[in-house]
Design a binder for this molecule. Structure first.
Ligand code: SF4
Ligand code: SF4
Length: 254
């Protein structure tokens, strides 16, 4: 015959002394009092940005070679490796008149959907050219779903000194292997001449990519654009803001 469980009897009431009863309401204040002398752990974000750990997985970045050509070759391996299907890449062929990366192909369209991304880093492991890496930036809020799909111009690394914005030819006498071996150290005079001839409006060595990379005014020294800046830019260019700017000011009116 199966054993049946008998209901357990209720616990006997705990014995307390009258001193314990007297001090019980005060004991809770002991915790508060002790906490007043411990180190404050509150972070004053967003006024004070606390640095992350160096290997924190934040926003992605599409890197450039030292002469400004893009490292991405549009191979789509990152998109295939992504478990969340967050990356969309469309490759295209480089031409003599529009060379964006060393070799035959470049990433014409590059999107990362941060509504899907789980920041696992598998995409950067899959990238054969180290074109894709992750920064420590974690400010990625946005006012709409569309705003959280980052385009190539949002992800491209900033132009550094000695770089020449793509498109332009590879360093004379070099091939893509030389780029991947790190033998290219910066833009040459011949590349500068080519840009001056084909994009005279660009000028200088730190111009933005032709028609692609428009550096926003609030970009940080590393070229990263904070979510607050993106929101502000979006708000300033919204139809309501533009309408307000057109309307006569009501200041000074009765
Ligand atoms: S970090 Fe992970 S989830 Fe995000 S895009 Fe890369 S592979 Fe996909
Ligand atoms: S980021 Fe890397 S893996 Fe992704 S398309 Fe570009 S080269 Fe290929």
């Amino acid at each position: 015959m199966a054993e049946t469980h008998q209901p357990t009897s209720a616990r006997p009431p705990r014995k307390t002394s009258w001193v314990g009863d007297l001090l019980a309401p005060v004991a809770g204040f002991g915790v508060s009092f002790r906490t007043m002398f411990t180190k404050v752990a509150t972070e004053q974000y967003p006024e004070v940005m606390v640095p992350t750990q160096p290997r924190y997985h934040g926003r992605h970045q599409l890197n450039r070679h030292p002469d400004g050509l893009e490292k991405c070759i549009g191979c789509e391996l990152c998109a295939w490796a992504c478990p969340a299907d967050a990356i969309y890449v469309e490759g295209a062929s480089n031409t003599p008149d529009a060379q964006f990366s060393p070799g035959e192909r470049y990433g014409r369209v590059y999107q990362i959907n941060y509504l899907r991304c789980i920041f696992c880093g598998l995409c950067i492991e899959a990238c054969p050219t180290r074109a894709l890496t992750m920064t420590n930036e974690y400010e990625m809020a946005g006012p709409s779903r569309a705003e959280l799909i980052y385009e190539k111009q949002d992800l491209l690394a900033p132009m550094l000194s000695g770089m020449l914005a793509a498109p332009h030819p590879m360093v004379e006498g070099s091939d893509d292997t030389a780029y991947y071996r790190g033998e290219v150290t910066g833009a040459t005079a011949q590349q500068q001449e080519w840009v001056d001839e084909h994009r005279p409006q660009a000028g200088g060595s730190t111009q933005t990519d032709a028609g692609e990379m428009a550096q926003e005014p609030d970009a940080s020294p590393t070229g990263r654009i904070s979510a607050a800046s993106r929101l502000r830019t979006r708000a300033e260019s919204s139809p309501v803001s533009r309408l307000k700017a057109k309307l006569p000011s009501s200041e000074g009116k009765p």
